[in-house]
Design a protein around this ligand. Structure first.
Ligand SMILES: Nc1ncnc2c1ncn2[C@@H]1O[C@H](COP(=O)(O)OP(=O)(O)OP(=O)(O)O)[C@@H](O)[C@H]1O
Ligand SMILES: [Mg+2]
Length: 229
């Protein structure tokens, strides 16, 4: 399988009066199409910071992110288009716009990529149907939805611009275990059936069971774990 993502020697230190925190310490990682990478680690170990750096929501102090062999950080414009077109984010607290409907939330990222309105609508409907969000729910405001419904809308939104890479930060953290399992199953399916490169960071070690590649993060450092797969 082709390498989609190569993360090389990433460092990030937050400077604060109380002392500096090295959130990411010389992290390197490769991830490929069709595979699920799971990173587990305790609170404060640097998982979110690493994921945000990979998705260019945060900038590293040093190191490089290559996607399909190209450095993504050549200019601010490159970073914006990288984030919009290559990356789909799934967050613990969903980060949907509460006053908008499910459909509108999924159409929004397509709007940013200048997809024509009718195509936006068709694609959003198709993605939401795939996530099991039916016509009635598609038109409901997301603040009326259950956690599992919100997360399925959020996954549909992450897929809006057909990204190569799905980055999920604690995607089950706010869900009961059955709903969490369903969400993990969807993320795995996106890797296996759609060939997405899926990276999940979590406290929840049970998610390691679905990993093709597994890592433990501690004090900003990443260490490989045998997955047995
Ligand atoms: N913007 C920031 N400014 C200062 N320090 C920060 C900032 N963001 C993160 N940190 C610090 O960096 C370290 C790593 O934080 P991070 O949020 O990446 O951890 P995490 O593994 O995602 O934790 P959790 O499991 O609780 O979500 C922590 O010590 C945190 O306090
Ligand atoms: Mg975190």
């Amino acid at each position: 399988m082709q390498d989609v993502l190569e993360v090389r020697d990433i460092n990030k230190t937050f400077k604060a009066k109380a002392g500096n925190v090295t959130a990411v310490d010389k992290v390197s990682l490769r991830a490929r199409r069709g595979e699920v990478t799971v990173i587990v680690g305790p609170s404060g170990s640097g998982k979110t910071t690493l994921l945000y750096i990979i998705g260019s929501l945060e900038s590293p102090d040093s190191g490089e992110i290559n996607v399909f062999g190209e450095d993504v950080a050549r200019s601010e414009t490159d970073l914006i288009s990288y984030r919009r077109q290559r990356i789909g984010f799934v967050f613990q607290f969903f980060n949907l716009i509460p006053a908008l409907t499910g459909l509108e939330n999924v159409m929004l990222p397509m709007d940013l990529c200048s997809v024509p309105a009718s195509a936006q609508n068709d694609r959003a409907v198709q993605l939401l149907e795939r996530m099991g969000i039916d016509g009635r729910l598609q038109k409901a405001r997301v603040n009326k939805m259950s956690g599992g419904e919100k997360q399925r809308v959020a996954i549909a939104r992450a897929l809006a611009n057909d990204p190569d890479i799905i980055l999920a930060d604690e995607p089950t953290g706010n869900l009961d275990s059955a709903t969490g399992k369903l969400v993990v199953d969807i993320l795995v399916e996106l890797a296996r059936e759609d060939g997405k490169c899926v990276i999940i960071v979590t406290h929840d070690e049970s998610i390691l069971a679905v990993a093709d590649w597994a890592y433990h993060m501690q004090d900003g450092r990443l260490k490989g774990i045998e997955t047995g797969s």
